[in-house]
Write a protein that binds this ligand. Structure first.
Ligand SMILES: Cc1ncc(COP(=O)(O)O)c(C=O)c1O
Length: 425
């Protein structure tokens, strides 16, 4: 369907909060990347092709045979109790202790972010995020009209000095930060992981300035190398609201995530969830529960890790081959993404049309910052395209970048790279 842009006749009816919801021409541009001739390094998609459909078919049959009436019915708002026990097992796999009663199940971690925003953010409230930060979280937060204070990151996650300065400055003005939002493992979009020392430091600051911490951890089990650091929740259960999801280790289509939090917060979240959707799908929760109680899910994650590690390696090699000396990039130890920083004069939002013309797509960095920043950076995904396509995609991208650099040179702009902290040249 082609969309015509007309003046919105309903403009005077919308709530003020809609004006802070991010619109996206980028999304319109990226919509074309579903075309088969375009190599998309833009998505955040797990590689669901690796899942055996026969396994899921068997589980669906079993769910219906066991109790089709309950599977087709509404369920409790806080989630299907047997699945909570499975989620506790998933957390234990990462060394995070949790009890089923500390969890509510949500429609993906995204709903967790939305209801956290709903119960905590009044217009004008102060919250803190990393910069860059997960765009879906920023969108949820922004629709509740907070002031977002952004803290730069390097190869070890959020920088503590600027965090402390921000918290001190705000507290000096009698303002209190409601929460600090972080993706500590294999960050989306930056690919970096917060060091153990920073985790302790972050929690110390959160305690000093009495703010909550929202720990969003979709990728923790997708580790290719290195030793895991303790989860923030493990270090301070009473201050951390933890978000988990099955999207990246089982299925994004099932829409199952969860929140683990102190009980008073869970109660408020439950009310917020109830008014949003009554309950998460009884059907998919049962399928997921059978999957995690009957199937070798650890083996399946192991396979995904192998697939993603190979693709990450190919992407890193291709970056080295085609873009070294021009760009800098992160070297993720897990997860789905690489963050690339180009010379300052390149605007990745403007360059996207040329990239799509060259049949490759990426996500421009700008969208990962609430107000400004990221103009010369981009997020690349390596989990979804086959390895040959990852290589070819970077090759195509490098041609587009080199054209931009040549153009800038001819205009007298110097090709200096903006040394993004924690990246490799
Ligand atoms: C950091 C982060 N949080 C939350 C989500 C949302 O996940 P879900 O599919 O569980 O809603 C994503 C998805 O990409 C993500 O990267």
């Amino acid at each position: 369907m082609t969309r015509r842009f007309v003046l919105d006749p309903f403009g005077d009816k919308y709530a003020h909060r809609t004006s802070s919801m991010l619109s996206s021409e980028i999304r319109d541009l990226l919509a074309v990347t579903a075309r088969r001739d375009i190599i998309s390094l833009a998505g955040g998609l797990p590689y669901t092709q690796a899942m055996d459909p026969g396994v899921i078919l068997g589980l669906v049959e079993e769910v219906l045979r066991e109790d089709h009436a309950a599977a087709l019915q509404y369920g409790p708002t806080d989630g299907y109790a047997p699945l909570k026990r499975s989620l506790v097992e998933v957390m234990r796999e990462e060394g995070i202790p949790c009890l089923p009663e500390d969890i509510i199940i949500t429609n993906g971690a995204q709903q967790g972010l939305e209801i956290i925003s709903k119960i905590f953010i009044n217009p004008g409230d102060d919250i803190v995020t990393e910069a860059p930060s997960y765009v879906g979280a920023l969108n949820s937060f922004l629709s509740y009209q907070p002031r977002i204070h952004t803290i730069p990151i390097d190869g070890e996650g959020m920088l503590l000095d600027p965090l402390e300065k921000t918290l001190r400055r705000l507290s000096g003005r009698g303002r209190q930060v409601k929460f600090i939002y972080t993706v500590p493992n294999f960050h989306n979009p930056a690919g970096v992981t917060m060091s153990t020392e920073r985790r302790y430091g972050l929690l110390q600051l959160a305690e000093t300035f009495d703010c909550l911490v929202v720990e969003d951890n979709p990728y923790g089990l997708l580790r290719f190398e290195g030793e895991p650091s303790p989860a923030l929740r493990t270090l301070d259960e009473n201050r951390v609201i933890y978000l988990g999801t099955l999207s990246k280790i089982f299925s994004a289509g099932m829409r199952i995530g969860w929140v683990a939090a102190p009980h008073p917060i869970l109660e408020k979240l439950l009310l917020a969830k109830q008014s949003a959707d009554l309950c998460t799908s009884s059907f998919t929760q049962r399928v997921a529960h059978l999957y995690f109680s009957r199937h070798d899910w650890r083996g399946q994650i192991g396979q995904l890790v192998e697939i993603y590690r190979e693709r990450r390696n190919v992407m890193l090699e291709a970056m080295e081959e085609f873009l070294s000396g021009i760009a800098s990039w992160t070297r993720p130890q897990g997860g789905l993404f690489l963050w690339v920083t180009l010379p300052e004069f390149i605007r990745t939002s403007d360059m996207l049309a040329s990239a799509i013309d060259a049949k490759v797509a990426y996500v421009p960095g700008r969208g990962f910052f609430p107000y400004e920043g990221g103009e010369n950076s981009m997020r690349l995904n390596f989990s979804y395209p086959e390895p040959e396509l990852v290589w070819e995609g970077i090759k195509r991208l490098s041609k587009v970048v080199k054209r931009e650099v040549a153009l800038a040179k001819s205009l007298g702009l110097g090709p200096k790279t903006n040394g993004y902290p924690g990246t490799e040249e």
